[in-house]
Structure formats: structure tokens, C-alpha cells
Design a protein. Structure first.
Length: 206
């Protein structure tokens, strides 16, 4: 790759952000692209293109695809992956700098890990809280629609990250701002819902 430091940081940011939404899609698609020769993976990410990793991440991708379409199951899946997506996003972001910058490699890898982990946490919280709020609706279509939107947005972001990394960085910045708005709105919604149905109020009505 003929990426400079700015482009590599943008790629790391995109991998971290996408991992917070669809970790197994990121691992599988990145590895598949490297395995097929579509993109030259950095040394730190070449493990993803190994057959065992591809089969494993592909199987988990299918499980996640189905689980993310089922109300309440998606929230349970998100809760389980709270402790998985963040460190995985950090590891993938750090892998971007594997064997690229010589003596400065460890410094940039650490910075990328912090960036990737933070972005994975932000996108994960936004996704999980939004889907939990949507699950309060009895109809399943909004849930499925949001899930499909996530399925499409991750490969689109990955493509942009490899082809136009600085544009991908701009998309991540927009995603951060949008996620912060979603998180604030969702917490207000959940708090209002709790006040409406809290046990004390129900007892007072009785």
C-alpha cells in the first residue's frame, strides 16, 4: 500500500468504527479481500486472510446476521459483545501499522489501538442503545430495517477506507456526531419510558 501516516490512521479509524457495529463482517471481509488479492493487507492484518480465520469469521458472520434481525435476541447479542467488539476493534486498528513504520511502529500501533478501541466503543453503544429502544416497538420491521442498514453500511465503509481513506475518515467523523445524538436521544427515551412505567407510579395508580 502507498498509504502515508494520515491514510493509515484513517484506515485504522474505519476498522475500529466498523468493528463496533459488525465485528465479524469486518474480520471476514477484510480477510477475504486480502485472500483474493483485491487488497494488500498490512503485515499486522495478514492473519485475517488465513483459511481457518476466514471460515471461523464467516460462520460467526452468518450467526450475527440472523441474531441481529430478531428483536431482543439482537440486544442480548450486543450485550454479550460489549466485551468483545472494543478490544477487537483496538487490535484491528493496531494491525494496520504492523511492519509499516519501522522504529516508530509500536508508537503508531498504540495510538491506533486507542483510536480503534474508542471508536468501536462509541459505535457499539450507539448501535446497542438504539436497537434496545427500537425493541420497545411491537412491530419487527423497524428492527430488521435498521439491521439491514448496518449490514450495508459496514462493507461500504470498508471499501471507502481502502480506496479513499481520507473520505472514510470524514464518514467516521460524521458517524461519531450522529452516534452522540442517537445516544443522547436514546437515553432520554429510556429515562422517559422508565418514569412512565416505574413500579412506584403503578402502585400509586392502584
Amino acid at each position: 500500500m502507498n498509504f502515508g501516516t494520515a491514510e493509515l490512521l484513517a484506515l485504522a479509524a474505519a476498522l475500529g468504527w466498523a468493528s463496533g457495529m459488525r465485528l465479524y463482517a469486518v474480520v471476514f471481509l477484510t480477510g477475504l479481500a486480502g485472500h483474493l488479492g483485491w487488497i494488500p493487507l498490512p503485515d499486522g492484518l495478514q492473519l485475517l486472510q488465513q483459511p481457518v480465520v476466514l471460515w471461523g469469521s464467516g460462520a460467526l458472520l452468518l450467526v450475527e446476521f440472523v441474531a441481529d434481525k430478531v428483536p431482543m435476541v439482537d440486544s442480548a447479542w450486543d450485550a454479550l459483545h460489549t466485551v468483545i467488539r472494543v478490544p477487537a476493534g483496538a487490535a484491528l486498528a493496531a494491525g494496520v501499522f504492523g511492519g509499516v513504520l519501522g522504529g516508530e511502529q509500536q508508537q503508531w500501533a498504540l495510538l491506533a489501538a486507542l483510536l480503534g478501541g474508542t471508536l468501536a466503543a462509541t459505535s457499539h453503544v450507539a448501535k446497542a442503545s438504539t436497537r434496545a429502544a427500537v425493541n420497545t416497538s411491537p412491530e419487527p420491521f423497524s428492527n430488521i430495517g435498521l439491521s439491514l442498514l448496518g449490514d450495508l453500511s459496514v462493507p461500504a465503509l470498508l471499501w471507502l477506507a481502502w480506496e479513499h481513506p481520507l473520505w472514510a475518515a470524514g464518514a467516521v467523523v460524521f458517524g461519531i456526531l450522529f452516534a452522540l445524538v442517537l445516544i443522547q436521544f436514546t437515553f432520554k427515551f429510556v429515562r422517559a419510558l422508565w418514569r412512565r412505567f416505574r413500579p412506584e407510579r403503578r402502585l400509586n395508580h392502584v
